[in-house]
Write a protein that binds this ligand. Structure first.
Ligand SMILES: [Zn+2]
Length: 88
């Protein structure tokens, strides 16, 4: 199984993102902290085989966001996202 076999698009993260954010996040635009690319979260690369959900930049593959359920808590790392723009 190679990398392409495991990669989904950002819509695969819609459920877990809705647990973290109370607004529709697949249309939110995130800016990659590594390369500066801006993409709707619904279009980023998502890996769900990891211990949690991993969102990666479609341009440079930088990890944008990880969301892990552990010990009845949701652990969210947003360090790979410089900015998120949410329709409001
Ligand atoms: Zn990037």
């Amino acid at each position: 199984m190679n990398d392409d076999d495991q990669r989904l698009d950002g819509n695969a993260a819609a459920g877990v993102l809705s647990e973290v954010f109370a607004v529709e996040m697949t249309t939110a635009v995130g800016t990659c902290a590594h390369c500066g690319a801006t993409n709707a979260l619904g279009t980023v690369q998502v890996y769900v085989q990891a211990p949690g959900t991993v969102l990666r930049c479609p341009v440079c593959s930088n990890v944008l966001m990880t969301i892990v359920h552990a010990h009845e808590r949701l652990h969210v790392d947003l360090s790979g996202v410089r900015r998120v723009e949410i329709a409001g």
